[in-house]
Design a protein. Structure first.
Length: 193
């Protein structure tokens, strides 16, 4: 039994060592669970990033988000459903750009609170209904490309805010803003009307 535990420990340590050694082509065990996971994006613990969303009333005020577990600068992108979509059923593809924060700098302990101050416009919730939004975290930070620039500052129902799905928005903002950037976390939440 001790021999098996010792072998497992050595095997895991070999993965950790190989991550820092560019000559080895091993994959870290944690990166198999989350493909974009890496030590350089995280704080001093092996905890995946966690988010906390703060209530803000009225809803036209920017949403406050606190992220724990990141030490590198990042961009925060807020997505949600459009006014013309059925917002009562949960779906993964939201595709409407409702908020942007170009560069957020976490503290050394991996905690940071931010607002979507660069751009924030969300549809007013309908009484008795909940609406889902997601704050996507990209690192390294993104630059504002032409498609995003058209959307920022426009009205909530402007067609320039519609990217049809979060996946298409992801492709556009990475292609125009920083091809090396990756979505490393998403913080989804509900607002209630």
């Amino acid at each position: 039994m001790k021999l098996i535990l010792m072998f497992n420990l050595l095997f895991v340590l070999k993965f950790v060592k190989s991550y820092s050694d560019p000559n080895h082509k091993y994959t870290m065990l944690l990166s198999l669970l989350r493909p974009n996971w890496s030590f350089k994006d995280r704080g001093i613990t092996l905890v995946t990033p966690m988010c906390e969303v703060h209530k803000r009333y009225p809803y036209n005020r920017p949403i406050g988000v606190t992220v724990y577990g990141l030490t590198r600068d990042f961009t925060a992108v807020l997505t949600g459903y459009g006014l013309d979509q059925d917002r009562t059923k949960p779906r993964s593809n939201k595709g409407y750009l409702y908020g942007w924060n170009s560069r957020v700098k976490p503290s050394y302990n991996g905690k940071v609170s931010f607002l979507f101050y660069s751009d924030f416009a969300v549809p007013k919730p309908v009484k008795g209904q909940s609406v889902e939004f997601c704050s996507h975290i990209y690192s390294p930070p993104l630059k504002i490309g032409p498609s995003v620039r058209k959307a920022l500052g426009s009205s909530v129902d402007d067609p320039n805010r519609n990217f049809n799905s979060d996946e298409k928005l992801d492709l556009v903002i990475r292609r125009e803003g920083n091809p090396h950037s990756r979505k490393i976390a998403s913080c989804c939440f509900l607002t209630h009307g």
